[in-house]
Design a protein around this ligand. Sequence first.
Ligand code: NDP
Length: 250
Amino acid sequence: MPEGAYRWFVYAELALAAVTFVALQFVVAPYGGRHGRGGWGPTVPARVGWLVMEAPASVLFVVFYLLGSHRWEPVPLLFLLLWQVHYVYRAFVYPFLMRSGSRMPVLVMGLAILFNVLNAWVNARWISEYGTYPVAWLADPRFWIGAALFAGGLTLNVRSDRTLRRLRRTGDGYRIPAGGGFRYVSSPNYLGEMIEWTGWAVATWSLAGTAFALYTIANLAPRAFANQRWYRETFPDYPPERRALLPFLL
Ligand code: NDP
């Protein structure tokens, strides 16, 4: 595919980020138990949904990556590794650790699959074909700043996922999470995810990475505010100083 044609996929992802952000001002995506509700058609167990919808982001990414002419170069391989650290966790580990009996609409799962295929194409093709990353890129501060953000965001995301999971140790139902990022914000898992993909955009210094970072923010920021509203309505003793997404700010 010529680079001109490839660019349209990147523009499509940027457009999708804008559409998603606007749409999520009016509706909360019903994929978690907390925001789940009827009227969205057939459902599957959330565990199955997560596995099926996130697997393409890992598996297809490798396939698309291997089509690229730079596929055996060290820096693209390093980017492949970063991507897979996140997506092997999200697709093949997280669903098996979940302690939720909630269900996910097939429609939501299908839309997520479509997005993950597009996003894998946009980012894998960039790092192994259209982008240029000589070994000297490893000495560029953008690479190190981006990689540090990625690692920090991933750590916050995974640790916050674990804190939520531990709330279900002693039975079903929702509780007020505490400790770690939850001291400051209600959705540190989302904040971690946003930092992570912003790091990816900086490390790859690409429009492809920027499109994914913007999409992640467009998707998760409105959900973080929905979570905050839900916590305050559900728990009268919810810590009033705890922000939705950005410590001390928002
Ligand atoms: P949530 O925080 O809504 O839920 C995560 C899990 O924790 C669910 O199993 C949920 O159970 C449980 N849970 C949440 N809050 C509580 C609580 N107070 N007490 C007890 N259990 C709780 O996260 P999401 O499902 O929205 O997302 C999961 C992960 O996927 C996150 O790390 C997120 O960053 C990532 N993600 C990334 C996206 C992207 O665009 N890159 C898009 C969507 C998610 P239940 O299901 O029963 O509510």
